[in-house]
Write a new protein. Structure first.
Length: 347
């Protein structure tokens, strides 16, 4: 028996006349995603929430800037799942973590939910919380507490979806978190009649990614399409999500998002090339180059980041490191070993 049996409702009739709007919902997905492979993938991700648990073991970021349909989509999806969808404050997933002896007060609202949909945080750089790690890490039960009540364990195993813009950066990425991040790119832009100057400008007149906004997706009309969306999602549900192939556009968007949050990854991609030969670069020389690059392209403020921290990050990215003999002409120095990355060259 489902954990949420008899507790939650969708609040509408599955056989309602809104079923006839399925074709229009398909057109909506074609408008905002265009690519058929991406459309199919998004539908399957949303459909995965029909049954309990985060089958992808992921936190999904819906990313795009300015009027691209992501809020309309998540509103429609939230209305489709009704009581099974939560809309908590984004701080539960992105913000400061609470210690184990201080249960999250918001977590009780996620008890037996299928999806949690949040709007973007105010800060441009923010951390993924410990609660997010627990939810996407298959912990299952999480401690929470409500006013005047004792600590209790609630069942939280849902898909977090964060609507955000392209400027968001995650400050505490590590290998475990990188594996759980999934980015859905929203590349289209919808303009209303008041913004006709944008549509007719020289740079946008032939831009297929800029379209007129369709009023049928706005306001209270979304409720009718939410009921039709259920039928479309049922068609795309699958039992085994381990076989779900990720489209190249999602892979590229996820990689780009991760790299925008990981300065080391950006530095390595832009400044060294793997020749897989015998050439060596001393780590302290590469470390100095990184600090100069950081001050020029990221921030001029002082950041504590030691050589040992840098070395550990190189290991994280599987950069080849070894103690090699010095190339110095001095007899004494030639016998010394220098920790270096080998097989790489500066671009």
């Amino acid at each position: 028996m489902p954990k949420d049996f008899g507790l939650k409702f969708t609040n509408y009739n599955f056989y309602s006349e809104n079923k006839n709007k399925v074709k229009e919902v398909k057109e909506f997905f074609e408008d905002i995603f265009v690519d058929k492979e991406l459309i199919q993938y998004v539908l399957k991700i949303l459909a995965s929430t029909f049954t309990y648990c985060n089958k992808l073991r992921a936190i999904a970021f819906f990313i795009g800037s300015n009027r691209n349909g992501k809020t309309t989509l998540t509103n429609m999806f939230s209305l489709s799942l009704s009581d099974y969808a939560a809309n908590p404050n984004v701080s539960i997933f992105l913000g400061k973590s609470v210690s184990a002896d201080k249960p999250s007060l918001q977590m009780v609202d996620l008890n037996c939910e299928r999806v949690a949909i949040c709007e973007e945080p105010d800060a441009r750089s923010i951390a993924i919380t410990g609660d997010t790690k627990a939810i996407t890490g298959n912990v299952g039960f999480i401690k929470t507490q409500t006013l005047y009540k004792d600590v209790q364990a609630v069942s939280v195993d849902l898909l977090p979806i964060i609507n955000t813009n392209v400027k968001l950066a995650i400050s505490n990425l590590n290998n475990a978190l990188i594996d759980r991040i999934l980015v859905i790119p929203f590349t289209q832009r919808f303009i209303n009649k008041m913004n006709i100057s944008v549509l007719s400008s020289t740079q946008n007149i032939n831009n297929p990614s800029i379209k007129r906004a369709n009023t049928r997706w706005q306001g209270s009309r979304v409720q009718g399409y939410a009921e039709a969306l259920i039928h479309l999602l049922i068609e795309n549900y699958q039992e085994d999500y381990t076989t779900l192939e990720i489209p190249k556009s999602v892979i590229n968007a996820t990689k780009s998002f991760i790299m925008s949050s990981d300065h080391i990854a950006r530095f390595l991609e832009k400044n060294i090339i793997d020749k897989n030969d015998n050439h060596a670069i001393p780590i302290d020389e590469l470390y100095t180059a990184y600090k100069n690059w950081f001050k020029q392209y990221v921030s001029t403020r002082s950041v504590f980041y030691s050589l040992e921290d840098f070395r550990m990050d190189l290991i994280k990215y599987s950069i080849r490191i070894s103690n090699l003999f010095s190339n110095s002409n001095s007899d004494s120095d030639s016998k010394k070993t220098v920790e270096s990355i080998f097989g790489y060259r500066f671009i």
